[in-house]
Design a protein around this ligand. Structure first.
Ligand code: GLP
Length: 244
C-alpha cells in the first residue's frame, strides 16, 4: 500500500497496532508485538505515545519482543536498541518493563545459543506474535537477517554486512566502532507472526524495495522471502515506491 508520505502511513500503522491492543484487551487477552528499531518506525512509536497520552491507549496488556540487538552491546549504551526503545516508546507509555524483551547484547558467546532458543520459546509460549513490524536495510535485511540467511532461520548470532555497518557508522561515531555482530530473530521467527507489516520511506529505500517486492525470491535479498507469505503487507511512501 502506497501512501503520500511517511507520517500519514505511520499513523495508519499505529492505528492498526492500537486496534489489535484494544480488541484483545476487551477480551482480557494480551497482545504480543514484534517491534523494530531504526529511523523507519519512529513516527509509529510517536503516534502510539500520542494515543496513550490523549486517547487512553493502555499498554498494560502488551508484551513486546524486539527483533534484534547489536553484539556485543551494553543495554545502557546510547546506541543500544534497548535504549532506543526506551527513548522512543517504553518510557512514555504504561508498559510493564517485565513484559519487554530486547535481545541481550551482554551475554558470553557460549550462552547465546541457549538464550536464543529461550527467546523463541517465550514467544511461542505466549501464543506467538500478533503482529511483527519491520523496516528494511539496504542489503535487503529484515531484523539483522543479512544476505545468506535461510528462510527457516531462528533467533541467532549473525555477522553484519559491510554496507549495514557503513549505514550505522554515523550512530557510532565511525564504522570501526560499529559492532561486527548482532543477535536477531530469524526469518522463520518473523514468519510465525500472524501479521507482518514492512515499512519503507524515502528515495534511498526505493532500489531495495523494488528488489524486495518484485525481485526473484533469494537468500541474496532476505526481504524477498516475504513474497511467500499471505500475512505480509508492505506499507510505503511514494518516494520508496518510485521504482515499483
Ligand atoms: C537496522 C535494523 C533493522 C532496520 C534497518 C533499517 O539494521 N536492525 O531492523 O530495519 O536498520 O534502518 P532504518 O529504519 O534506520 O532505515
Amino acid at each position: 500500500t502506497v501512501y503520500a508520505d511517511r507520517l500519514t502511513a505511520s499513523k495508519i500503522v499505529a492505528k492498526r497496532i492500537a486496534a489489535i491492543i484494544t480488541a484483545k484487551a476487551a477480551k482480557s487477552e494480551n497482545t504480543v508485538l514484534g517491534l523494530a528499531t531504526g529511523v523507519t518506525p519512529i513516527a509509529v512509536y510517536q503516534e502510539l505515545v500520542r494515543l496513550h497520552r490523549e486517547e487512553g491507549l493502555s499498554f498494560k496488556n502488551v508484551i513486546t519482543f524486539n527483533l534484534d540487538e547489536y553484539y556485543p552491546m551494553q543495554p545502557t549504551a546510547i546506541q543500544s536498541y534497548k535504549a532506543f526503545m526506551l527513548d522512543h516508546l517504553f518510557s512514555h507509555v504504561d508498559i510493564d518493563m517485565a513484559n519487554v524483551h530486547v535481545p541481550d547484547g551482554r551475554l558470553d558467546v557460549e550462552e547465546i545459543a541457549e538464550y536464543c532458543l529461550a527467546y523463541e520459546q517465550k514467544i511461542s509460549a505466549l501464543g506467538g506474535l500478533d503482529l511483527q513490524i519491520l523496516g528494511i536495510g539496504r542489503t535487503g535485511h529484515i531484523g539483522f537477517n543479512e544476505p545468506g540467511s535461510a528462510p527457516n532461520s531462528g533467533t541467532r548470532l549473525v555477522s553484519l554486512d559491510d554496507l549495514t555497518r557503513n549505514d550505522a557508522a554515523h550512530d557510532f561515531g565511525g564504522k570501526s566502532n560499529v559492532p561486527a555482530k548482532a543477535i536477531t530473530m530469524g526469518i522463520g521467527t518473523i514468519f510465525k507472526a500472524r501479521e507482518i507489516i514492512l515499512m519503507a520511506w524515502g528515495i534511498k529505500k526505493a532500489p531495495i524495495l523494488k528488489k524486495a517486492v518484485e525481485g526473484e525470491i533469494s537468500a541474496d535479498v532476505p526481504a524477498t522471502y516475504l513474497q511467500l507469505s499471505d500475512q505480509v503487507e508492505f506499507i510505503v511512501d511514494q518516494a520508496a515506491a518510485s521504482e515499483l
